[in-house]
Ligand binder design. Structure first.
Ligand code: ADP
Ligand code: MG
Length: 390
């Protein structure tokens, strides 16, 4: 794999870089200090400081592709437009960010002219790629059309690399392609837990659905010492154990799988069970909505002794502060621990970053990949990363 960082001493003056990033930010999150937006700034600066013209490519939300790139389509899809991100990036980069509309994007010759005529170090942001028919189908024609806009391609969108999309996969067939600075950080840090996790190795899993997390459990069932389970994931295990959970959320179809996992041989280090379930809960109206204080205490004790941690998925319905205590206890235990910790998932990272606790542990890596991180840690090959390896 070629890394952008290897071009550190190369002159990129006037070269046009197509930079695929993930700026998939909801309207309600636009004015917040967004992890995904901040995380791509170093790559943009790296490129512009070397004089490259940068054309930022991203998707936003799940719009239907345009039949025609006309203004009516634009108005119907305002919520998916990337236009607001141009202003946000411009403020953060302290320089103008020119917007490339869908119409311009669909007529690459004129877009190319506009880019080529800009001053060196200029930054452009193209409209939502998912407006283009073919982007999500990994269409070669669209990839080639995009590729015609630039001289080289950089993938810094780890969070989208589990999707074989034209701007992620097929485009690498048409341009010299590099992994960006953020992509490199993701691969290096996730690689640490994949290959050389120091023991005790503790994996904390919560959130809504066990089916999302199954890959991680399976991939680490030998290597991890303990899985601390919370959230809706715990409920499915509790049902598998034959325990009542009232009206709590759980996944019926995953019960057989959960039963199998509960029989995992104990950790050779401690001789104790691998899958650890809550022993008490916070409830409302017959629903388990958080782990209870005794569970939080036990989990914190285990986290304290860990040398490697992965955390994905909140311990409860944390959006209501009443049920955020379990996730708060886990956050604080990780911050106090000396372990190398990888934290990922949309909700998990936002709750972690918004916690008011002071960061004491500097060995924490916050991944920008939600689904991509789960697949990567689940041992799957991601099409966007494989394309860079070719
Ligand atoms: P992430 O985005 O970090 O990967 P998930 O999407 O898997 O996390 O799950 C997050 C959601 O799970 C949150 O919206 C949270 O409210 C919900 N959740 C966690 N525990 C429970 C529970 N016991 N009951 C209902 N919802 C829960
Ligand atoms: Mg989520």
């Amino acid at each position: 794999m070629k890394f952008l960082s290897s071009l550190k001493n190369k002159n990129l003056s006037g070269r046009i870089c197509l930079l695929r990033v993930d700026l998939n930010v909801k309207d309600s999150e636009l004015n917040k200090n967004n992890l995904r937006v901040r995380a791509v700034l170093p790559t943009i600066k790296f490129l512009t400081e070397k004089g490259a013209r940068v054309v930022i490519l991203s998707h936003r939300g799940r719009p239907k592709p345009a039949k025609r790139a006309d203004s009516e389509f634009r108005i119907q899809n305002l919520e998916f437009s990337l236009k607001p991100l141009a202003g946000i990036l411009s403020r953060l980069l302290k320089k103008p960010v020119n917007f490339i509309s869908l119409k311009e994007l669909s007529t690459p010759k004129s877009a190319k002219e506009k880019i080529s005529n800009s001053i060196k170090g200029s930054v452009f942001l193209a409209e939502n790629l998912r407006f283009l028919p073919g982007e999500e189908k990994n269409d070669k024609k669209i990839a080639k059309q995009l590729a015609s806009l630039g001289d080289f391609y950089v993938n810094d969108a780890f969070a989208v690399s589990h999707r074989a999309n034209a701007s992620v996969e097929a485009i690498t067939k048409f341009l010299p392609s590099y992994a960006g600075l953020l992509m490199k950080k993701e691969i290096e840090n996730l690689g640490k837990v994949m290959k050389a996790a120091k023991k005790p190795f503790v994996i904390i899993l919560g959130g809504a659905k066990i089916s999302d997390k199954l890959g991680i459990i399976k991939n680490f069932k030998k290597n991890a010492d303990k899985f601390l389970i919370g959230g809706g994931v715990a409920n499915t295990f509790l049902v598998a154990e034959g325990l009542p959970i009232g009206d709590s959320i759980f996944e019926e179809k995953m019960i057989p799988e959960a039963k199998k996992l509960l029989k995992l041989p104990p950790s050779t280090r401690s001789g104790q069970a691998k899958i650890i379930l809550p022993v008490d809960y916070a409830m409302e109206k017959g629903k388990i909505l958080d782990i209870g204080p005794e569970t939080a205490k036990r989990y914190a004790e285990i986290i304290k002794k860990a040398k490697t941690i992965i955390w994905n998925g909140p311990m409860g319905y944390f959006e209501n502060p009443k049920f955020a205590q379990g996730s708060k206890a886990v956050t604080e235990a990780i911050l106090r621990s000396k372990a190398f910790a990888v934290i990922g998932g949309g909700e998990t990272t936002s709750l972690f970053l918004n916690s008011k606790s002071k960061i004491l542990n500097s060995k924490i890596f916050i991944s920008t990949g939600g689904g991509a991180m789960l697949e990567y840690l689940g041992g799957k090959k991601l099409p966007g990363i494989e394309a860079l390896r070719r």
